[in-house]
Design a protein around this ligand. Sequence first.
Ligand SMILES: Nc1ncnc2c1ncn2[C@@H]1O[C@H](COP(=O)(O)OP(=O)(O)OP(=O)(O)O)[C@@H](O)[C@H]1O
Ligand SMILES: [Mg+2]
Length: 415
Amino acid sequence: MTIIYEREPALAQHLATLLGEAVVVTSADGLIARVNADRGEHLVLFGPSAPIEEALGFTEQSRRRRPGMGVLLLRTDLSGPARAEAIEAGVRDVVDPGDHSAVLRAAARSQQLSQRQNNDTVVLPRVVVPEPPAGADPPREEAGPPPEEPVGGQVITVFSAKGGSGKSTLATNLAVALAQGTKAGGPRRVCLMDLDLAFGDVAILLQLSPDRTIADAVPVADRIDETGLRTLLTRWAGAKDTQVDVLLAPVQPAQAEDVTRDLVTELIHLARAAYDYVVVDTASAFSEQMLAALDATHQYVLVGTPELPSLKNLRVVLDMFELLDYRREARTIVLNRADSKVGLTLADVERVLRVPVGAFVPSSRDVPLSANRGVPLAVSHPQHPVSAAIRELAADRFLGTAAPARRGLFARKKG
Ligand SMILES: Nc1ncnc2c1ncn2[C@@H]1O[C@H](COP(=O)(O)OP(=O)(O)OP(=O)(O)O)[C@@H](O)[C@H]1O
Ligand SMILES: [Mg+2]
């Protein structure tokens, strides 16, 4: 059912008739009581008489607590910046209450998103372990040296020393790009792990309901196996022939502390056995858990933005990587929002970093818009420059299909 928050009785009645099954509330208290009474509520419309600050406050709260809840704002008088603020807060759309078909379309779109999120189920690809012939001795662990190249999937970790640089945006879109695979090789099996344990955003970015999270692994940490991992994953299947199985971050930030370094290592190890790629989103910290993830990583995607504090911190990360002895050739520096006009040239950027930038992702307001819609740009707008840049990164570095050479957004001067 839909809830309409509108104080003007005639308009409230009109909207309720338009939307079919809907209830009307006339205050924030009434709205909260209604929402708490029915966990099935998936759509709230804030009519023109509902105070905007109440609408935005409610949206921000429900984003974390009830990510499946859609919020629409019915307004005709919203300025560009106020509209952007609403979308940034998580409002799915702002529509004119007088435009009936726009209201119906926005409501249907939001309900579809909520429904898809509630239907997410997981069936992990089966790992087939060949049976030993009858009577054969079980294989001995010390038989033969360990393989040079790790067997199983490749672990790609997206990291930066500074929050807000675009890790989650990159990790989600990269996971989708990898899952799409290549024409020749077909789709790939991808597991995305949200190891930003206190404030993970992947559930919101992919519109997944955090019913099962890494926190559920804590009580069984010493005996988790592939079947156990399977029960913890939430499947995202938001595009045709493309799916990503996601290990979501805990809902309560305090639960992050219970996830040990060993548990992180074990979960990555199990995921590698079942997937071609394990993409890890991280918190901007050298915590025990992040170090465990970085230790288990084959390819590092290090993100920065073209501002001096971000670049300085990225340089600190690179120095730290030297100390930790993480392979240089396994690092790709990604400059996010690379075209922002902030007075730094590519030469300036590389002078600060002392290493070349490997990939450039442009800045676009479509990125936060896609975050609020819960649909990665790689899916909703595959030809978008941001999607194209991330797809190229996936192809160049990880899928083994070098894309045609491309001049960066910061064109390099010859000579
Ligand atoms: N290329 C881009 N163009 C415009 N906005 C962007 C771009 N990349 C990221 N953003 C926006 O910047 C904000 C931070 O991005 P994101 O959440 O991906 O960063 P993060 O490093 O994961 O942050 P945190 O450290 O808080 O987890 C978001 O609002 C996102 O929509
Ligand atoms: Mg993040």
